[in-house]
Design a protein around this ligand. Structure first.
Ligand code: UTP
Length: 292
């Protein structure tokens, strides 16, 4: 199975992250030194995907600009002899072949994926949510690409979550047929812990085949009046056409403030120059009983 495209939906309003996202897209909020979406594009390219398809809206132009040249800035860095920084900004501009599709109304994630139909046509493709971060060696989409190639089916990435937190996630019911690989039978949205069929939660990483477009096109709006990708995945599961892969790396949902802030610290702690000073400052702040 030849998979070349990564569809990255970035058209949502990011209401959970307001007021930070009033005018700055959630996907452009920084995690340590880079905007969130840069990590996702780097993961896609690192996994061998070639084309990035952004599903955008009219307020997200800044995302495309981030992956384009900025000649004025480059001149300035060049004149100032800031070679390392110059190389870094040029590298981001050259990292991927970029295609953009406007989602004119935010009708849900399923609808955002459907917007990629004319670009993906008859090809299988990866979907990587623009606010879902995966870290670790070979973590994330490359694990799913391997599974899709060997099994020839659509794949969803899942992670284990604590049993008392299953009510925050979409949870799968399935049978493990190989280590960390499951035939998915059912996807249950935010179940009560006592009703949850497992503790395997759906993440923002998928590999889909063009068959998904027919399902999405004929799908009625679901929860919140939105075209839900989860409903389309249930359609695949009903036909035994969906597998799940348990992902290995660290995952952060950048739309959640605790996760977003933890991801910042996680990255900063991995920077040797910053590590000691940061730990020292954090220790001074803990326990933080009141804001001063
Ligand atoms: P989320 O539901 O997490 O993002 O969608 P959101 O809608 O931007 O945020 P909240 O819930 O209001 O805080 C996951 C990803 O799907 C994209 C979002 O941009 C995000 O990256 N998305 C969602 C779309 O592209 N279009 C949509 O209609 C909905």
């Amino acid at each position: 199975m030849d998979i070349k495209k990564a569809v990255i939906p970035v058209a949502g309003w990011g209401t959970r992250s307001l007021p930070a996202t009033k005018n700055v897209p959630k996907e452009m909020l920084p995690i340590y030194k880079k905007p969130i979406v840069q990590y996702i594009v780097e993961e896609a390219i690192g996994a061998g995907l070639q084309d990035v398809v952004f599903i955008t809206n009219q307020n997200k132009k800044i995302i495309e600009d981030h992956f384009d040249r900025n000649f004025l800035l480059e001149q300035l860095l060049d004149r100032g002899g800031k070679t390392a920084l110059l190389e870094e900004v040029q590298k981001v501009a050259n990292i991927c072949n970029m295609i953009s599709v406007r989602q004119k109304e935010q009708l849900g994630l399923g609808h955002a994926v459907l917007c990629a139909k004319e670009v993906c046509k008859n090809e299988p493709f990866a979907v990587m949510l623009g606010d879902d971060l995966m870290f670790g060696l070979n973590a994330g989409i490359c694990e799913l690409l391997d599974a899709a190639r060997t099994e020839g089916k659509a794949v969803v990435g899942v992670i284990e979550v604590p049993e008392d937190k299953v009510n925050r996630y979409g949870i799968i019911q399935g049978e493990e047929f190989a280590p960390n690989m499951f035939h998915v039978r059912k996807l249950v949205e935010k179940p009560k812990p006592e009703d949850a069929p497992s503790n395997l939660a759906i993440t923002g990483r998928y590999v889909l085949l063009p068959e998904i477009f027919d399902i999405l096109e004929n799908q009625e709006p679901g929860v919140g009046g939105e075209i839900q990708l989860t409903d389309a995945l249930q359609g695949l599961a009903d036909q035994d056409k969906l597998i799940a892969v348990k992902l290995q790396g660290q995952r952060f949902d950048a739309g959640d403030w605790v996760e977003y802030l933890t991801a910042n610290i996680y990255f900063a702690l991995h920077d040797e120059e910053l590590h000691d000073d940061l730990v020292k400052r954090l220790m001074e702040l803990l326990p933080c009983t009141e804001l001063k």
